[in-house]
Design a protein around this ligand. Structure first.
Ligand SMILES: Cc1cc2nc3c(=O)[nH]c(=O)nc-3n(C[C@H](O)[C@H](O)[C@H](O)COP(=O)(O)O)c2cc1C
Ligand SMILES: [Mn+2]
Length: 370
């Protein structure tokens, strides 16, 4: 495969702009619900990705909803939307492990400990009843305390104060499966914001426990990702990311988190005590930008980020023959409802396929298969 054209968020933004798939918002826009309202309207009209140049009056740009269509998702991989499932399976059949290098752009600027101020990030209050500002597209890099295998997952983060974030990760997430192996130890976490788009693609993908999603990202981009060691914790992060937040989850420590307008269009999880991430460092590129996504009423980016890898992984993981096409529908959140087209050798075969889809790792959240 030739060298990938898109190697970081900046080259992806350039490609989107050239394709007429990006709109710049040049005027200052309030972080308090105004950005959320603009995103919702834009998504309902099937609009482009947005780059807010002055969110909250500041000068740290906010890129939002970049992969909120199959077209823009496919563009990041240099393919057509109809090729997504087959190409995902073809490329990821050979994972490409990342390589660790000494230096990376994501550490051009380093703030340690008390110098970190998360309130400088343009994190919006997206919806009216959200418990506070939220980071919504943080790729959490962690390591299994026993096997040392890396994991990457997307989980919401409420910004509590200058050096503290909330985290809501469901009990079945790999982050928690890892953390449960050493529940009495501090658990290091690195939040990667604005990486190569393939990292954002693999973080929410239904990949079996024990697989390094960064090796899947390497396969998708056709070249191993370069990682740099974090400054304050024993983890490595993609070198070309815009911003990295380093920290740890400490045993037994909880703080009120939520509510938050979720991908179902409802507020998910009442305000309740949930784990926190104590930030130990923040590093960033020169002139960084924050990447985020509008969560709430579908269709939105999380619907596409969830649906696309599921469609591919269902085809890979379901052993029965005859599956022609899978559509994990975005209006149902990209995870809860699927339409599967099958070649039926006899009446009733479709039911076998439907049950097999429901029983697969990739299809386990689906409630209804047609
Ligand atoms: C935009 C977006 C936001 C997400 N937010 C959360 C979240 O707050 N909590 C959660 O448990 N899962 C969330 N998910 C789903 C997880 O990312 C998904 O379950 C993923 O597989 C987790 O990685 P893991 O399987 O390696 O744990 C989100 C997905 C997307 C696309
Ligand atoms: Mn995982």
């Amino acid at each position: 495969m030739s060298a990938p054209r898109i190697t970081d968020l900046r080259s992806y933004l350039k490609a989107l702009e050239e394709a007429g798939e990006l709109s710049r918002v040049k005027i200052p826009v309030s972080l308090d619900q105004e950005i959320g309202a603009i995103c919702l309207r834009n998504l309902r009209g099937n609009g482009p990705g947005l780059l807010f140049e002055h969110p909250g009056d500041g000068n740290l740009p906010l890129a939002v909803d970049l992969m909120a269509s199959r077209q823009r998702y496919a563009l990041a991989l240099g393919i057509k939307p109809e090729e997504l499932a087959a190409e995902w399976n073809r490329r990821t059949s050979t994972p490409l492990a990342p390589v660790v290098v000494e230096r990376g752009a994501c550490q051009q600027n380093v703030m340690i400990g008390k110098d970190v101020d998360l309130s400088k990030l343009p994190a919006p209050i997206w919806n009216e009843f959200d418990g506070g500002p939220y980071l919504t597209l943080s790729c959490h890099v962690t390591k299994d305390p026993v096997t040392k295998t890396r994991n990457v997952g997307l989980y919401r983060n409420q910004v509590h104060d200058r050096q503290t974030l909330g985290i809501l990760a469901a009990p079945y997430t790999h982050l928690n499966l890892q953390r449960n192996k050493a529940p009495n130890e501090p658990f290091p976490v690195a939040l990667v914001l604005g990486p190569d788009p393939t990292v954002v693609m693999t973080a929410p993908a239904p990949i079996p426990f024990g697989t390094d999603e960064l090796a899947i990202a390497g396969a998708l981009r056709g070249k191993p990702l370069e990682l740099v060691p974090c400054k304050t914790i024993p983890l490595e992060v993609p070198a070309m990311a815009e911003i990295v937040i380093e920290g740890e989850i400490r045993p037994g420590e909880l703080r009120e988190e939520g509510p938050f307008g979720e991908f179902t269009g409802h507020y998910g999880g009442h305000k309740a005590p949930r784990p926190v991430i104590h930030v130990t460092a923040m590093t960033h590129r020169n002139d960084p930008m924050l990447q985020a996504t509008y969560e709430g009423m579908q269709p939105n980016e999380s619907g596409f980020l969830t649906a696309v890898p599921r469609e591919a992984e269902i085809i890979r993981q379901v052993a029965l023959p005859g599956i022609k096409k899978v559509n994990v529908t975005v209006p149902a959140g990209g995870a809860l409802h699927a339409v599967v087209a099958v070649e039926k050798p006899y009446e009733g075969f479709g039911k076998y396929v439907g049950l097999a889809v429901l029983g697969s790792v990739a299809g386990r959240y689906i409630k209804q298969v047609i």
